[in-house]
Design a binder for this molecule. Structure first.
Ligand SMILES: Cc1cc2nc3c(=O)[nH]c(=O)nc-3n(C[C@H](O)[C@H](O)[C@H](O)COP(=O)(O)OP(=O)(O)OC[C@H]3O[C@@H](n4cnc5c(N)ncnc54)[C@H](O)[C@@H]3O)c2cc1C
Length: 413
C-alpha cells in the first residue's frame, strides 16, 4: 500500500535534519517536508565559534548532508521559508508566504535564538550575536589583528569566541556579571581554571559587571559598564544565552514552559505534534525531572527519537546530556547534569596545573556529572558511572575516584 501521510518538520537545523534522515532510514515512504527559515540547508553550529572563526575548518564541513541528499531522499527542503502558524484543528502549517501545508505528524525543531540586551546602543552597527552561519561570517570579517573586541557574557560561546579572536590577533575583553566565567555551571574551582586559561592568553576580564550602555555614532565605539568604566570597542559580541523559539507552539496552544513541554518520547500534549532539540523541554525518565538542553548532542539524538515516535515506534529519550568545547589547546567533554544550586562535591583526577584531568561532581557519593579536559576516550566510562548512580544508587569512594591508578571501569566493581 502506498504511504499517503505527510510529515512536516519545522526547523531545518540539526534536530530537524536528523529527524528527516531517520524517517527515510526507518522506511517511511510518505511525504517529508523540512521547513527552514535560514537560507542555507541544515548545518551544525559548533564550528561557527571554533573552526570557521579560526579558519581551520572548511565552510562546507558544517553541513549535515551533501547538497543533493534532500532530492535523493525525496525530502522537500524549503529553505528561507519561515512557518508562520500552526492550525492544530485543521492540521496545517502556514508559511510566511501564505502557502499552507497539511500534516499528519508535525515536528517542531525550531531551536533557540540569542538573548538580546535592552541597554541603549544594543542595536548599533558592530554589535554582534552568534547563532547562524551568517553571524559567524560577519564576526570573522569584523575581527582581525588589532580589533578591539568586547564580549558580553563569559559562557561557552563567549569564551570560544574569545579564544578564536585571540588567535585572529584581536585584543579581547570579556564582561561578565558573575564573579567568574561559567561560574553557575562549574563552581569556583573550575570557573577559576577557565578564567586562568583565558588570562594566560591575554584576555582581559571584568567580572561582577553589567552593561550600562553601548556607545557609538554610525558604528560602535565603546561599551560603558555599570560602574562607568569605558571599554573602547571596534566590535562587540553579545553572548548572554539563548531563548527557545516557542512562538509557534505557544500560538498554537501547546503547553510551553522554558521550551515546548514533551514527554519521554518527545510528544507534546497533541498526539500529532512532537518537539526536538534546543526547543524541547523533555520529561527525562532517567533524571526524574524535566530538562531543556542546548547542546549539539541533544539535537543529534532527539531528532531521530522524535522521528521514530512520529512513526508510532515505542521510544524513550533517556540519554544523558553531553557537551564539548575547544578553546586554544584545550579540549573538553562534559556529561551529566547538575541542577543549578544543587549541593555537590568536586573530585579531581589528574592535574589542573597540567590541564589534563577529569573532574567529577558527586552528590551523596554518586557521580552526577563528569568533565574530561585533554583526556580522551573516557566519556563512555563517565556516563556509565552517572547511569549507575541514577539507576542503582551506586556510590564511589572519593579517594578511588581521584586516583588515576584505579581504572574508571573498576570504580563500579
Ligand atoms: C556558535 C555556537 C556554537 C556551539 N557550540 C557547541 C558545542 O561546542 N557543543 C555543543 O554541544 N553545542 C554547541 N552549540 C549548541 C548547538 O549548536 C545547539 O544545541 C544545536 O544547534 C541545536 O539544534 P536544533 O536543531 O535544536 O536548533 P537550531 O540549530 O537552532 O536550528 C533550528 C532551526 O529552526 C529554524 N526556525 C526557527 N523557527 C522557525 C520557523 N518558524 N520556521 C522555519 N524555521 C524556523 C531556525 O532558523 C534554525 O535554523 C553551539 C551553538 C552555537 C550557536
Amino acid at each position: 500500500m502506498t504511504e499517503q501521510r505527510t510529515f512536516v518538520i519545522v526547523g531545518a537545523g540539526l534536530a530537524g535534519a536528523k529527524a528527516a534522515e531517520t524517517l527515510r532510514e526507518e522506511g517511511f515512504t510518505g511525504r517529508v517536508v523540512l521547513i527552514g527559515a535560514e537560507p542555507q540547508r541544515p548545518y551544525e553550529r559548533p564550528p561557527l565559534s571554533k573552526g570557521l572563526l579560526l579558519g581551520t575548518a572548511e565552510p562546507d564541513s558544517a553541513y549535515v548532508h551533501e547538497p543533493d541528499w534532500y532530492d535523493r531522499h525525496d525530502v522537500e527542503l524549503r529553505t528561507g521559508s519561515a512557518a508562520h502558524a500552526v492550525d492544530r484543528d485543521r492540521r496545517r502549517v502556514r508559511l510566511a508566504a501564505g502557502e499552507e501545508i497539511g500534516y499528519d505528524r508535525l515536528l517542531l525543531a525550531t531551536g533557540a535564538r540569542p538573548r538580546t540586551l535592552s541597554v541603549p546602543g544594543a542595536r548599533l552597527d558592530g554589535v554582534h550575536h552568534l547563532r547562524t552561519l551568517t553571524d559567524s561570517e560577519r564576526i570573522a570579517a569584523a575581527v582581525h589583528g588589532g580589533t578591539r573586541l568586547v564580549i558580553i557574557g563569559a559562557g561557552w560561546i563567549g569564551l570560544e569566541v574569545a579564544a578564536a579572536a585571540r588567535a585572529r590577533g584581536a585584543a579581547v575583553t570579556v564582561v561578565e556579571t558573575a564573579p567568574l566565567p561559567l561560574h553557575r555551571v562549574l563552581g569556583d574551582r573550575l570557573a577559576r581554571f577557565f578564567a586562568d586559561l583565558h588570562t594566560g592568553h591575554d584576555v582581559r576580564f571584568h567580572f561582577g559587571s553589567g552593561i550600562r550602555e553601548i556607545c557609538g555614532t554610525a558604528t560602535v565605539s565603546h561599551v560603558v559598564l555599570d560602574d562607568g568604566t569605558e571599554l573602547p570597542a571596534d566590535a562587540v559580541l553579545v553572548a548572554v544565552g539563548v531563548v527557545p523559539c516557542t512562538g509557534l507552539a505557544e500560538a498554537a496552544g501547546l503547553p510551553v514552559d522554558n521550551g515546548i513541554l514533551v514527554d519521554h518520547r518527545l510528544g507534546t500534549a497533541d498526539p500529532h505534534v512532537f518537539a526536538a532539540g534546543d526547543v524541547a523541554n523533555v520529561d527525562h525518565p532517567l533524571l526524574g525531572h524535566r530538562i531543556r538542553v542546548e547542546h549539539w548532542a541533544t539535537a543529534l539524538h532527539t531528532g531521530p527519537v522524535a522521528a521514530r515516535a512520529m512513526l508510532g515506534r515505542p521510544v524513550t529519550y533517556d540519554r544523558l546530556p553531553y557537551f564539548f568545547t575547544d578553546q586554544y589547546d584545550l579540549g573538553m567533554e562534559y556529561a551529566g547534569w547538575v541542577a543549578p544550586g544543587a549541593g555537590t562535591d568536586l573530585v579531581v583526577r589528574g592535574s589542573l596545573e597540567d590541564r589534563e584531568f577529569i573532574a567529577f561532581w558527586t552528590r551523596q557519593g554518586r557521580v552526577v556529572a563528569g568533565m574530561n579536559v585533554n583526556v580522551w576516550e573516557v566519556t563512555d566510562q563517565i556516563q556509565a558511572l552517572i547511569q549507575a548512580g541514577l539507576t542503582t544508587g551506586a556510590t564511589v569512594a572519593p579517594d578511588r575516584l581521584a586516583d588515576p591508578d584505579v581504572p574508571l571501569e573498576a570504580l563500579l566493581s
